[in-house]
Design a protein around this ligand. Structure first.
Ligand code: NAD
Length: 454
């Protein structure tokens, strides 16, 4: 099929690559000229495991453009929208990019039926709003109002950064939000290889052995949009729940990791998303929980659980700085090294990363901060040049002479640090990632989250 993907960020580029891999002709359309130029040269603008390998394999089947008129939209069967929907100050989602995409799309739609799939996470009710906007735009432009044949459906995206490509080849469900039969048929045809799992897996990402078929769930647009928010809010709450238990564990002398293990063995609970530490960040959980709270408020409701999950989450960014101050006293002039800057491992994304708030607080208290990250420092230099933090790509240099080390992101690399060559210092492990028994044997003073033992 001919597909146009609007927005080539983490979601759009991954989706476009997968759709090209399973045999479609895909055009990537993005208003960011630098991104498109890089993609044309085969350079990826984002870091995602294995994306470079698969992209290299399929990029000859893909086109890249910044120009809607060049994307051949009239001859395109499916348009996928994956533009950003960041937070506004009141928590609501900012639909500026979506509105711009709708307008540009409307100017270029042809007369044959086009399926428009929205993958951006949008406030509940936006599917209908988007369809109306496109109609308004086409009718305003057109000498033949009402002649454009299209339908907007919602297919929320559930991929996780750090495993975006894996999640897109082997998702745990595909949601189709529409009751329009021709749209269901076209969408199902496009995603049939993913649903049936009958494509040849890329060598770098073999199919999980137990995966036979990916379930497809069809529901109305509004329910599909709400599923996305509910799923993210639930996962965010699960993490905040274990973190709140961590605060209690610290007081009563329990160990939060033992708690998580004991709880997670119950299949009704499950062990995933029970990793205690300094909490979630990234482009989704913070933004989507804020949007859910804002939507509920507009409807006269308080989302008390989701709000509490947010409160617990953001308090942890203070917890780690306070824990450091408790250990070493006044932070003014003290040398602190941060291990990890991205919001989670295997991504270069810094959106709502705990490292940013933690750096600001450390700098405010006078600390001299050095940060290391295996991939995210390029973005740190680009987006946070004035944070007052020294960005150090060389891990051994970052660990040359710290008074304290704060582990903020659980990169595998940090499991292989040769601590024997690191001077004695205080180590605060914000992700309960390191081998504390060994560190203590080597003479380090360490702190884990959710444990009295330090
Ligand atoms: N990142 C994730 O893990 C994830 C997971 C699920 C859902 N989502 C949702 O998917 C959407 C996209 O997220 P992302 O992380 O890929 O965002 P992103 O910021 O990485 O990418 C968005 C892209 O859209 C482009 N863009 C903006 N306006 C445009 C326009 N008018 N026409 C064409 N391109 C335009 C931007 O230049 C950018 O490259 C968001 O709504 C997000 O909430 C993200």
């Amino acid at each position: 099929m001919r597909v146009v993907v609007i927005g080539t960020g983490y979601v759009g580029l991954t989706t476009a690559t997968v759709l090209a891999y399973i045999g479609n002709s895909v055009t990537c359309l993005d208003t960011n000229a630098e991104k498109i130029n890089r993609l044309k040269q085969g350079i990826l603008p984002i870091h995602e495991p294995h994306l470079d390998e698969v992209f290299d394999q399929v990029r000859h089947k893909m086109c890249f453009t910044t120009d809607y008129a060049q994307a051949d939209i009239p001859n395109t069967e499916v348009i996928i929208i994956a533009v950003g929907t960041p937070s506004l100050p009141d928590g609501d989602a900012d639909l500026t990019y979506l509105t711009q995409a709708a307008e540009s799309l409307a100017q270029n739609l042809g007369e044959a039926f086009t399926l428009i799939v929205n993958k951006s996470t949008v406030p509940i009710g936006t599917g209908k709003w988007l369809e109306d906007r496109i109609h308004d735009f086409t009718d305003a432009l057109d000498d033949r109002p009402g002649k454009r044949d299209f339908n907007v459906i919602s297919s929320p995206e559930f991929l996780s950064q750090g495993s975006a490509l894996r999640d897109s080849f082997y998702p745990n469900r595909i949601i189709i939000g529409t009751q329009h039969a021709p749209s269901i048929e076209r969408f199902s045809k496009l995603f049939e290889p993913i649903h049936k799992q009958n494509f040849v897996s890329p060598k770098c990402l073999p199919r999980p052995e137990d995966l036979q078929e990916v379930p497809i769930f069809v529901c109305d647009v509004i329910s599909a949009e709400t599923i996305k928010y509910a799923a993210n809010a639930f996962l965010a709450t699960k993490i905040s729940f274990i973190n709140e238990m961590g605060y209690l564990a610290q007081k009563v002398g329990a160990d939060v990791d033992a708690l998580a293990k004991g709880m997670g063995l119950d299949p009704r609970i499950g062990s995933r998303f029970l990793n205690a530490g300094i909490g979630w960040g990234g482009s989704c959980f913070g933004k989507d929980t804020a949007a859910l709270v804002a939507t509920a408020r507009k409807n006269g409701l308080e989302m008390r659980i989701v709000q509490a999950a947010r409160d617990v989450n953001y308090s942890l960014r203070q917890w780690i700085v306070n824990a450091l101050q408790e250990k070493i006293g006044d932070l003014n002039g003290r040398r602190v090294t941060l291990l990890g800057f991205s919001f989670k491992p295997n991504t270069d994304d810094l959106r709502d990363a705990p490292s940013i708030d933690i750096s600001k607080e450390l700098v405010k208290r006078g600390a001299i901060v050095t940060a290391h990250d295996p991939v995210a420092l390029k973005n740190a230099r680009l987006y946070y040049p004035d944070l007052g933090v020294v960005y150090e790509d060389d891990l051994s240099k970052a660990l040359e002479n710290p008074e304290a080390v704060l582990l903020l992101t659980e990169w595998q690399d940090y499991l292989h640090i040769d601590w024997q060559n690191v001077p004695q210092c205080v180590i605060i492990d914000g992700r309960n990632h390191l081998d504390h028994a060994r560190l203590r044997d080597l003479g380090f003073e360490t702190v884990r989250f959710g444990s009295k033992q330090s």
